[in-house]
Structures are given as structure tokens and as C-alpha cells.
Design a protein around this ligand. Structure first.
Ligand code: AHR
Length: 510
């Protein structure tokens, strides 16, 4: 192994930045492959231990992540989902075909009440994504009423008849999904008008204040974002809509190859590794571009930017249904997650929510389950561990973090790819630093130069593996799992040694 290089990260503990909303650690669960059925939900008669059909082991594992919110039922599925088919006695619920994902039959056994029960078990705020593409304004407006209204009304009577007297709190509402594509192949201005119309009829019932999220761009499609900004901000208008929706979303996936040939999650060479890191780093440019445009229309930052789908997207595992998007998850995926969070923390003044795609068995999952009747069992992925190790950043205050001496960037197609990443936050008299060594071959000595406070009692944790391709299985669940990291004192902070392709956290009192 090449000799370790030494880097220095300067962190200003006494220069408070924006608060890192816990919702940047949000999740996404779609009716897609084995995310809902088999992943979260096995039905009450399953031999797999469950509560009302919801897997106990999955809930227990996810509770350790303090999931702040869960987006459901899609994705593309949201725009063909009709919520009234998913309430009432299961035997009476009509089936449908899930045309986007595998053309399989959807029996609607996991519906509104089951989703709300799942959120309650997880302690997560619900983020419901409504159907614009094939639904109606009335349908979405009645869904809001069904879920959130108290007292007496047609929808409330139906909810009560289905066993729930009290309204739920459902703050987050998505107005369609990827309206430029699977959500209706709309043009930006046409969708912007439609989003205004839908948002008008999504009412705040009682004290349930809605946070309406307009379906946004793919990647850096700024023209889409601008059309939505024009629709909501009504610049130069005396009269006109104000705050019709509270946020605009966008989606960004780390696809290192092409959409036709995305590459394997676990069998890859160094070239693919660097491409992945480079693609993940580019989210910084994309967020910056959307944020600057938003600053022009909304200088007071009243409108939030929501990244409600992100993560790695590989070829499906050999032998699995191509429509189910089931992929393994290696140490490389964990580094992509750590990198995203460092970047999210830097943009926390505009980026208010992010949802990884998806929580169980789909794309960059936290958990992979075995849902065979005989076994059950589940695997925590390397990505899971990054979410867990970074929990201390939830609702903490970001502090400036500068890599002042870092390893030389790797040149890929004439573009620099940084081989180190870091971010830090403070909360309740403690600092939490996250730091990644993205070099796949060389170790890195890192001095954490913590200024503006006297730090003491550090604790370090390290996530790494024998190679970036390493992953966890039922047979070897701990191949990639956090271990203790030795932290040496320095005159003004700490020193740690990070092996190649590793993610670490250091926390301390100050
Ligand atoms: O997460 C999988 C799919 O990716 C979602 O359904 C869609 O919104 C996106 O294209």
C-alpha cells in the first residue's frame, strides 16, 4: 500500500452556519419490486414476525436510524395509484397492474392505513406523494381530507368506518412525480399551472399545516425549476399566488455508466470506482445551480429545495426481475452516501429535505431482506451504517469545514475528482465530524484542526472493508460494519489515520 499522506481539516466551531434539517436524512418507499411487499410488509399471516403485517425486524433495524420522514407510494407508481383502492377490508380492495415496475399485480393490501401504521412504528413523518398524472384534483384533495381532517365530513366518516377516529398529522405532500417523464410527459409550464391548481385544493385542515412540494427537475434541468419558480413567485405581479407550494423538488441519481449499461454494484474496476465518486461529487454543482436560480426568485429563501430521490443506480443483480431494481450495496455505495451528506450539510440553507432511493430491497437500500417463508432475515448494508454514524448531524448546526491540505485530486477526463471529503456540525456542546478517505489505494493521516473551542473526550468510529467492492450478506453480515477508530490528541484537535476507501466520524465535547 502507498504511504499515507497527511491532510488538515480546519473546522470553526464558533462560526454557526445553517441548521442541518433532520429531513435531509429522509427515506423513500415505493410500490416497486420487494420494497413494500416482502420488504416492509409481509401480511399478518406471514410466519415472519410482524405487527399488522409490517416486518418487526425491518422496523427494529430502521428505528436505530431515527428516520425523520418516509416518502410513499412512489416515484412513478404514485402517478398511477388511486388511494381509495387501498382502504377498507383487504378482501374488497380491487387489484391493479403496476405497469412501471415489472407489470406485476398490485393487490392494494398495503394502503393508506398500513402506511400510516408503518410511519407510527418508525416514528417518521409521512410524506405522501399524490397522483397528478392519472388522478384528479378532487381525488388528491379528498386524500388530504381523509387523512388530516377532524370532526365530521364525508371523508372523515369513511376514515372512521375504516377504524381510525383521530386524524393523522401528514405534513409533507408531493404534487405528482417526475411530471416531465413517467408522471405525465408534461411540458414545464403546463405542469407548473397544474401544480398551482392542485396546491390550491390541498387544504390545511385544523392545525395540520401542509408542506406542498412541486415535482421538480431531473438533475440540472434549470429550465424546469425556473418555470416552477415563475409559477409560484409571480415576480412583478401585484395580485397572484403567493406560497402556493412551499418547495420544489429535483432528482439526482449516481449512475456511473450509461442508463443502458449502469455497471455492477459489486464487480467493478478502479475506473468505475473513480467515475462513481466523480458523479456523486457532481451533486454539489447541481445543488448550487438550482440554489442560485432560486436565490434570484426567492432571495429570502422561503421556498425549500427538496432532493426527494437520490442514490446509486446499478444493473440489477443477475437473475432478478429487471423491473424490480434490486441491487447489492458495497463499501463504494457507503462512500457515495457519506459524500452526499457532506454536500447536503454545506447547502443546508436551501436544501431542506432529501430522500434516499429506496429504503429496502430497491436501489441504494438500507436493508436487504430475505422474505422466503422459511427464513426471513435481513442484511444491513454499508449505506445503512453511514446513516447510523451520521445521526448526530440531525438538526445540528453546520460549521465551516475546510480541507486546507488534502490529497492531490485524481484527474478523470481532465476533471479533478477530490479524494477526501468532510463536514462538521455542533449540537448540545458536542461536535461531530464526518470525514471520508475516497482514495481506493492509499491511507490518509488527517489532522482535525478544531478552532474556537477546547475539545475533549473524543470518540472515533470507522467504516471500511478489505476492498471497495466488499458487501454484506446473510452469511457474512459484518463484512462492512463500523469499528472503533483510534483518535490521537493534537495541540488543537485530533489526528486520525483513515485506511483507503473509508468513512469515519469523530465526535467530542467542547
Ligand atoms: O426510484 C425509482 C424511480 O426512479 C422512481 O419511481 C422515479 O421517480 C425515478 O425515475
Amino acid at each position: 500500500m502507498p504511504e499515507a499522506t497527511t491532510s488538515r481539516v480546519v473546522i470553526d466551531l464558533d462560526v454557526p452556519g445553517p441548521t442541518i434539517s433532520r429531513h435531509l436524512y429522509g427515506h423513500f418507499a415505493e410500490h416497486l419490486g420487494r420494497c413494500i411487499y416482502g420488504g416492509f410488509y409481509v401480511g399478518a399471516d406471514s410466519p415472519i414476525p410482524n405487527e399488522g403485517g409490517i416486518r418487526r425486524d425491518v422496523v427494529d433495524a430502521l428505528r436505530a436510524l431515527d428516520i425523520p420522514n418516509l416518502r410513499w407510494p412512489g416515484g412513478c407508481f404514485a402517478d398511477e395509484y388511486h388511494w381509495k383502492d387501498g382502504i377498507g377490508p383487504k378482501a374488497d380492495r380491487p387489484s391493479m397492474v403496476n405497469t412501471h415496475w415489472g407489470n406485476v399485480e398490485e393487490n392494494n393490501h398495503f394502503g393508506t392505513h398500513e402506511f400510516m401504521a408503518l410511519c407510527e412504528l418508525l416514528g417518521a413523518a409521512p410524506y405522501v406523494n399524490g397522483n397528478v398524472g392519472s388522478g384528479t384534483v378532487r381525488e388528491m384533495s379528498e386524500w388530504v381530507e381523509y387523512l388530516t381532517r377532524d370532526g365530521d365530513s364525508p371523508m372523515v366518516r369513511q376514515r372512521k368506518a375504516n377504524g381510525r377516529d383521530e386524524p393523522w398529522k401528514v405534513p409533507f405532500w408531493g404534487i405528482g412525480n417526475e411530471a416531465w417523464g413517467c408522471g405525465g410527459n408534461q411540458r414545464a409550464e403546463a405542469y407548473a399551472d397544474q401544480a398551482r391548481q392542485y396546491a390550491t385544493f390541498l387544504k390545511d385542515h385544523g392545525d395540520n399545516k401542509l408542506y406542498r412540494i412541486a415535482a421538480g427537475a431531473a438533475d440540472d434541468d434549470l429550465a424546469w425549476t425556473e418555470a416552477l419558480l415563475k409559477a409560484v413567485s409571480c415576480l412583478g405581479c401585484d395580485r397572484g399566488p403567493k406560497n402556493i407550494f412551499q418547495a420544489i423538488s429535483f432528482h439526482y441519481y449516481t449512475v456511473a455508466g450509461s442508463w443502458e449499461n449502469k455497471g455492477s454494484a459489486t464487480e467493478f474496476d478502479l475506473e468505475s470506482y473513480y467515475r462513481t465518486i466523480s458523479k456523486a461529487q457532481d451533486i454539489d454543482r447541481v445543488i448550487r445551480a438550482h440554489s442560485s436560480l432560486m436565490d434570484a426568485y426567492d432571495p429570502d429563501r422561503k421556498i425549500g429545495l427538496v432532493l426527494d430521490e437520490w442514490g446509486t443506480w446499478w444493473d440489477v443483480e443477475p437473475g432478478t426481475n429487471p423491473g424490480f431494481l434490486y441491487q447489492q450495496n458495497a463499501m463504494r455505495d457507503a462512500l457515495v452516501a457519506g459524500l452526499h451528506f457532506d454536500i447536503f450539510h454545506r447547502h443546508a440553507d436551501r436544501l431542506v429535505m432529501a430522500n434516499i432511493a429506496q429504503t429496502v430491497n430497491v436501489l441504494q437500500a438500507m436493508l436487504l431482506t430475505d422474505d422466503s417463508d422459511t427464513g426471513g432475515g435481513l442484511v444491513k448494508t454499508p449505506t445503512y451504517h453511514v446513516f447510523e454514524m451520521n445521526k448526530g448531524h440531525h438538526d445540528a448546526v453546520a460549521v465551516p469545514t475546510h480541507v486546507v491540505e488534502g490529497p492531490a485530486p485524481y484527474q478523470l477526463d481532465g476533471k479533478p475528482t477530490e479524494l477526501m471529503s468532510a463536514s462538521a456540525s455542533v449540537k448540545d456542546g458536542r461536535v461531530l465530524v464526518s470525514v471520508s478517505n475516497l482514495d481506493p489505494v492509499a491511507a490518509l493521516d488527517v489532522v482535525l484542526d478544531l478552532r474556537g473551542g477546547a475539545v475533549r473526550d473524543p470518540a472515533g468510529r470507522l467504516l471500511t472493508a478489505s476492498k471497495p467492492q466488499a458487501f454484506n450478506t446473510v452469511a457474512e453480515p459484518g463484512a462492512v460494519a463500523p469499528v472503533q477508530l483510534e483518535v490521537e490528541p493534537e495541540p488543537r484537535g485530533f489526528r486520525v489515520t483513515l485506511p483507503p476507501h473509508s468513512f469515519a466520524t469523530v465526535s467530542s465535547a467542547y
